[in-house]
Design a protein around this ligand. Structure first.
Ligand code: ZN
Length: 328
């Protein structure tokens, strides 16, 4: 059993219009746009990374804007919801803030946690959950969200599968997660890699204490999802470095579908595969991070392209929709 995964690295979803996505995550939720780049597999669409001030792994939610693409349809074999951590007592602030922004939100209890559920303008399912603790100094520099109410990072994701047992076995026997709770058709898992307890290899990455980062719900009759606007494409788990990612790759090889070679995403280096319930997992290195090609003070302000596209910059920039000035 491998134990290199230490927590969530990021969640990636498909959005509608780029400007609407940018405005919601920065102006309403108070994230910082920490990188404005393109889809490395399709440079004519943006890839936005939102995170805390430094864009630390564990605080990141990223989007491929695909205006005009079909709406996603929920099903089994995908991330059904992404839960954002806030500090103790912050839910009330967010209930008021979301209402003022015209966002419908509803309280829900799950696994002993109070959640405030809502969707973004494209239907991506989100919630805010109060976490026991986490880094509070990293809020976006120009956000009007008070520092003590700011979103701390990605607390957890909910994955829906048709059958819980194969996914649970893979998580515990291969990826080094442990099941920490179960209730009805739900079970909660956390990595044993030590990251969320502050492991020695986890320096510089964000973490959220007190919330198991993975909730799995068994829904036997759920159909296959249809990927579209509002869908989460994958959840990325973080590891310390390339050697750790290679150990995870060796551990899952032969046990998963769609295992990829290592992909250089400029800010981290990753592999992708489908867990037995078909949800796409990425395993991403904590570094090199978003300061690799941009000053930490001005993250997200320039369109950054990977080296293979730099010679096509003029053509790529002309094809991308214009955006308002970076509000963060
Ligand atoms: Zn990713």
């Amino acid at each position: 059993m491998n134990t290199d995964i230490t927590g969530i690295h990021h969640v990636t979803a498909l959005s509608g219009p780029a400007g609407q996505n940018l405005a919601f995550y920065t102006n309403v939720l108070g994230f910082r746009l920490v990188k404005k780049t393109v889809n490395f597999d399709d440079p004519h669409s943006y890839h936005f990374y939102f995170g805390d001030r430094g864009g630390r792994p564990g605080t990141l939610i990223t989007f491929f804007p695909h205006p005009g693409f079909r709406p996603g349809v929920a099903g089994a074999g995908e991330v059904a919801a992404t839960h954002l951590a806030v500090g103790p007592g912050a839910i009330g602030y967010w209930a008021d803030r979301l209402k003022a922004a015209g966002v419908d939100a509803a309280r829900q209890s799950a696994g002993g946690q109070e959640r405030l559920r809502f969707t973004d303008p494209d239907g991506t399912r989100l919630s805010l959950v109060e976490a026991a603790g986490g880094p509070a100094e990293g809020h976006a520099p120009a956000s009007d969200v008070p520092a003590d109410q700011a979103i701390l990072g990605i607390a957890s994701v909910t994955v829906v599968v048709n059958r819980l047992a194969p996914t649970a076995a893979f998580l515990t026997d291969t990826l080094g997660f442990r099941q920490v709770a179960a209730e009805g058709n739900r079970a909660w898992f956390e990595p044993t890699g030590g990251g969320d307890g502050g492991g020695p290899d986890d320096a510089g990455t964000a973490f959220v204490a007190g919330v198991p980062p993975l909730e799995v719900i068994e829904v036997p009759a759920a159909p296959r999802p249809v990927l579209g606007v509002g869908s989460v494409h994958h959840v990325a788990w973080r590891v310390a470095d390339d050697a750790a990612r290679d150990r995870v790759r060796a551990a899952v090889d032969g046990k998963v579908l769609g295992l990829t070679p290592v992909k250089d995403r400029s800010y981290f280096r990753s592999i992708y595969f489908r867990e037995p319930g078909h949800t796409i997992f990425e395993v991403a290195t904590a570094g090199p991070g978003f300061a690799a090609d941009e000053d930490p003070a001005t993250l997200g302000t320039a369109l950054k392209l990977p080296p293979q596209f730099e010679s096509r910059r003029a053509e790529i920039e002309a094809a991308l929709p214009p955006l308002e000035a970076n509000p963060s």
